[in-house]
Design a protein around this ligand. Structure first.
Ligand SMILES: [Zn+2]
Ligand SMILES: [Zn+2]
Ligand SMILES: [Zn+2]
Length: 344
């Protein structure tokens, strides 16, 4: 290394109390550092880059297999969504149109809007790049100023510096900026590039499944065959048996004359309610993290490090996330903040 590029006098100031010394080169600024041989992890005193000799080595052997598995699952889920939409239309429309033409057209419009919103946001979240970190020059002393790579680590797979909020995903085979998590349902990472599409997908999916559960239960109620009454004659030795005979049995017997449409609607109802509950919990958790100004991974890091400090809990974080900057939201937020100050 050129002596003019390594101001050893300056470096010595940044290295403290070392008994046995050995020198190494900082990957960030290229300066020679003198460190203890027992220090597998050290931080450069000049640029702030962290060198970790014990960094996890990623096994890139089955990358294409993992990618294929993720993509196939996305195709299966897309087909499942189309199946839900198709069977919903088949099960609900004829009955709605028989109630009234206006209702038919009204529900047709709602179905079209919800389907397009859910499918398009899903495709965006699944196929958009989750956000590659910006290219920065690194490795040379004059270009890297003091603290220019503060807390950056080096990704051995991408051969690139990664900021504290950037993580390498083995399944996506890339470093992801502001990585939240790798979601198997979209076969993609959720990061800076597609986080908004992911949240919008969750919102439209929760709304759609809520709509399907309401509509399927309403139509089931409309088409359910009348309950056949079974008279209880002599067997009245127990009230439970009587109640069963009076209510549950006719209900079960009536299922026998339920059209196939009814069974499809029962399936739709249970499927939509269970998906709705799962997605609503996930959406709520995601919105809480956005409100607190962190991602799922940064939340995990802060709790494992024991410092559960919150950046700043603020509705502005949510507004910034969705990129709304119109005066109406700003007015509402200033009103909200005034209320918060008054409560304090
Ligand atoms: Zn350095
Ligand atoms: Zn990487
Ligand atoms: Zn990933």
């Amino acid at each position: 290394m050129d002596d003019s590029l390594s101001p050893t006098k300056q470096e010595d100031d940044y290295v403290t109390s070392i008994t046995e010394e050995h020198d190494t080169i900082c990957w960030g600024c290229g300066l020679r550092l003198i460190i203890s041989p027992y220090a597998p992890i050290f931080k450069c005193g000049w640029c702030g880059a962290i060198t970790n000799h014990n960094a996890r080595q990623y096994d890139n052997k089955y990358f294409w297999l993992r990618r294929l598995r993720d993509r196939s699952f996305v195709i299966v889920l897309l087909l499942f969504m189309l199946f839900i939409i198709g069977s919903g239309v088949w099960g609900i429309y004829p009955v709605v149109f028989s109630i009234g033409y206006f209702w038919g057209v009204f529900h047709m419009t709602i179905t079209a809007i919800l389907s397009i919103a859910t499918l398009s946001t899903y495709v965006l979240a699944a196929f958009r790049s989750p956000g590659a970190p910006p290219r920065i020059p690194w490795g040379s002393y004059p270009t890297m100023g003091r603290g220019a790579l503060m807390d950056y680590t080096f990704c051995n797979v991408c051969s690139k510096p990664k900021s504290p909020n950037t993580h390498h995903c083995r399944s996506c085979g890339m470093c992801v900026l502001d990585m939240d998590h790798h979601c198997p349902f979209i076969g993609n990472c959720v990061g800076a590039g597609n986080h908004r599409s992911f949240i919008l997908f969750l919102m439209s999916a929760v709304t759609s499944t809520f709509y399907v559960s309401i509509m399927s239960s309403y139509i089931l109620y409309q088409i359910w065959p009348p309950l056949r009454h079974i008279p209880t004659v002599t067997l009245s030795w127990s009230t439970i048996v009587a109640v069963l005979k009076e209510s549950a049995l006719p209900f079960l017997i009536s299922v026998e004359s339920l059209p196939i449409r009814g069974f499809v609607l029962i399936y739709l109802f249970f499927a939509s309610v269970s998906i709705e509950i799962g997605l609503a919990v996930l959406l709520w958790q995601q919105l809480c993290f956005i409100y607190e100004g962190k991602t799922y991974l940064s939340h995990l890091n802060s709790t494992s490090n024991g410092n559960d400090e919150v950046d700043e809990k603020d509705c502005q974080n949510i507004v910034r996330f969705f990129g709304c900057s119109n005066t109406a939201t700003r007015y509402l937020l200033s009103f909200w903040n005034i209320k918060k100050i008054h409560k304090k």
